[in-house]
Design a protein around this ligand. Structure first.
Ligand SMILES: *[C@@H]1O[C@H](CO)[C@@H](O)[C@H](O)[C@H]1NC(C)=O
Ligand SMILES: *[C@@H]1O[C@H](CO)[C@@H](O)[C@H](O)[C@H]1NC(C)=O
Ligand SMILES: *[C@@H]1O[C@H](CO)[C@@H](O)[C@H](O)[C@H]1NC(C)=O
Ligand SMILES: *[C@@H]1O[C@H](CO)[C@@H](O)[C@H](O)[C@H]1NC(C)=O
Ligand SMILES: *[C@@H]1O[C@H](CO)[C@@H](O)[C@H](O)[C@H]1NC(C)=O
Length: 545
């Protein structure tokens, strides 16, 4: 008997040690009471006291791979009620969080350790969640602390709105308040495309439920999805989901996250599978389906039913945008043979459509300047010539002349647009992003402080992009400068050549001929650079496929 206890104790202890890894997948849980959890909470009508019945269904049991961020901001093993120390003025019961996490682990056992960040508070209206308020600030602070352990923010689960159904004015304002909340939160967390899965109401405190539900089902922001809770069983108070209802909701949320991930970068083909356990096919799901269908059909028809398999992002400043052959604000129109168009080299236009690529590749992107020949077309022709597995190349131009590295930092307009174009390039084609080609830094040679800070800023940019694009080992080929606007060219070049992040290659442009402005590569130089890019890709990254 004693030895049995000892064994059990040792088993417990090793389990605990094994579980002492930090969460790698962070999920925010926010909203009001049905997210906090009232499943199994009973109101004794005689005493007016509420108690939780303590019943934890198998789908909501603790698991060594599920943690929660406590009110004291430390990771602890997660168990019901998840929100007890957060929504502490109320009696908490079962919510959707544990069922969600267990379903994720069952379906994707390789995903790693999950970290839940409970932030829901019962009875709160959308105005109370606005930026500047206690709820918003607590949400941002808890998430930032959660991310310090090195995990990636995977999604926010949001279930709220019951308190906004009481009068028409609040119900009518719900859409703008909700969208503002989502956008400000993404911006403050610096996750411009943070996936959000929200729940359309099952119940409400007032008469304007349908107005709120229509808003929730109709939100059209990128990477915001909605699952429908209508029809799920309610407690006798007609407001709160029962424990079995919360289990079902948790599993539906997991399904939405895994099988039609809201992150555009991974959707393309997955998104067409309709979750088997979905409770009802809502109008928004139908619209979304049509949207994806259109995105897939359109580029096909435009490109003679071809769509790119191998996608490359071309970003940076003027020498990437291309100034070859530009003189006195005019391009001479000369296209060398290495830069000729080809039906199987496409570009994503400024209007996000795939079309046959032609020089000047970045004309509708860097539109305040005159664009000429850059490295892009020579690169694309070069890799096609040397790697027969590459069929249709998709180029995603996004270089803007005269930009400093700080203008590309996460959260800036350029960064957001770069991420957006990359996301659309994948979701509209089903192709794969093979590499980022980057040529920038001339504008960081004017001030010594900029030049010295370049290496670190570039490294941060690469890490952020890899995280936001959900491609942790995205190959990057960057160029060590041939020229600069100021005198600190060598400092920037040393920074570029010293970057040692994995899968980052540096090619050297030093010595390539410059135009008379002493800043921009000639057409011949751009062709040479494009072939250097191609060689670097073929020799370092082509085996990644
Ligand atoms: C419990 O029931 C009483 C009587 O119906 C009601 O006044 C009270 O607000 C209820 N409490 C909760 C927490 O729902
Ligand atoms: C709990 O109630 C106190 C007193 O009314 C209030 O100050 C506090 O904000 C409440 N906290 C939560 C999380 O509801
Ligand atoms: C939201 O709730 C707060 C606190 O109960 C209240 O003061 C405020 O009037 C409500 N706002 C709206 C727009 O309903
Ligand atoms: C073009 O110039 C306008 C006006 O200065 C500016 O607002 C816009 O951002 C510029 N666009 C690009 C792509 O440089
Ligand atoms: C392609 O291969 C040829 C010969 O095999 C080589 O000379 C050339 O440099 C290669 N070009 C690129 C862009 O890799």
């Amino acid at each position: 008997m004693l030895s049995f206890f000892l064994l059990a104790l040792i088993a417990q202890a090793t389990r605990f040690v094994a579980s002492q890894q930090l969460p790698t997948n962070i999920f925010i849980l926010a909203g009001q009471s049905n997210m906090a959890g009232r499943g199994g909470v009973i109101n004794d009508t005689k005493t007016g006291k509420t108690t939780w019945d303590g019943i934890v269904p198998p789908q909501c049991q603790p698991n060594p791979s599920i943690f929660r961020l406590s009110a004291d901001l430390i990771w602890v093993p997660a168990h019901e009620p998840l929100h007890a120390d957060i929504d502490y003025n109320k009696t908490n019961g079962v919510g959707p969080g544990m069922a969600f996490a267990n379903a994720i682990l069952t379906e994707d056992p390789t995903i790693g350790v999950l970290g839940l960040v409970p932030c829901a508070i019962g009875g709160t209206n959308i105005s109370q969640w606005a930026k500047g308020g206690f709820l918003y600030e607590q949400l941002v602070r808890r998430t930032q602390v959660a991310l310090r352990s090195g995990g990636a923010l995977r999604a926010m689960l949001w279930y709220q709105g019951e308190s906004d159904t009481i009068n028409r004015e609040d119900a009518d304002s719900y859409k703008s308040r909700l969208e503002k909340f989502f956008l400000e939160l993404r911006s403050d967390l610096q996750y411009p495309l943070l996936p959000i899965i929200q729940v359309a109401l099952a119940s409400a405190e007032g008469p304007f439920t349908e107005t709120i539900r229509e808003t929730q089902l109709g939100i059209k922001l990128a990477n915001v999805k909605c699952v429908d809770a209508k029809g799920l069983p309610l407690e006798p108070d007609r407001l709160h989901l029962t424990t079995p209802a919360q289990v079902q909701l948790g599993q539906t949320l997991a399904n939405a996250f895994l099988h039609s991930p809201p992150n555009a970068i991974r959707t393309s083909s997955d998104s067409l599978s309709i979750p088997q356990k979905s409770m009802s096919i809502s109008l928004s799901k139908l619209l979304w389906f049509l949207h994806v269908l259109l995105l897939i059909i359109l580029p096909h028809s435009l490109a003679n039913s071809q769509s790119p398999n191998d996608i490359f992002i071309l970003a940076g400043q003027s020498n990437m945008a291309g100034r070859g052959g530009v003189d006195n604000g005019k391009w001479n129109g000369y296209i060398p043979p290495q830069c000729k168009s080809n039906p199987s080299i496409l570009r994503l236009s400024g209007e996000l459509k795939w079309e046959e690529a032609s020089e000047p590749l970045q004309a509708d992107i860097d539109l305040n300047k005159t664009c000429g020949i850059g490295p892009g077309m020579a690169f694309a022709n070069g890799i096609k010539a040397n790697d027969s597995r590459i069929r249709v190349v998709g180029l995603v131009p996004y270089a803007i002349g005269g930009t400093k590295i700080s203008e590309w930092a996460r959260g800036t307009r350029l960064y957001q647009e770069l991420v957006r174009r990359a996301a659309v390039s994948v979701s509209s084609s089903g192709g794969t992003i093979r590499a980022l080609l980057w040529y920038q830094g001339e504008s960081d040679t004017v001030l010594e402080a900029d030049a010295v800070a370049y290496k670190q800023k570039m490294e941060t940019l690469i890490v952020s992009l890899r995280s936001d694009l959900n491609i942790p080992s995205l190959p990057v080929i960057q160029v060590a400068l041939a020229s600069g606007e100021g005198k600190y060219v060598e400092i920037v070049r040393r920074g570029q050549q010293a970057i040692t992040l994995p899968n980052v290659k540096c090619i050297d442009a030093k010595g390539l001929h410059l135009k008379t402005d002493n800043l921009h590569l000639t057409t011949t130089s751009e062709v040479g650079l494009g072939l250097k890019f191609a060689n670097a890709y073929i020799s370092s990254f082509a085996h990644f496929r």
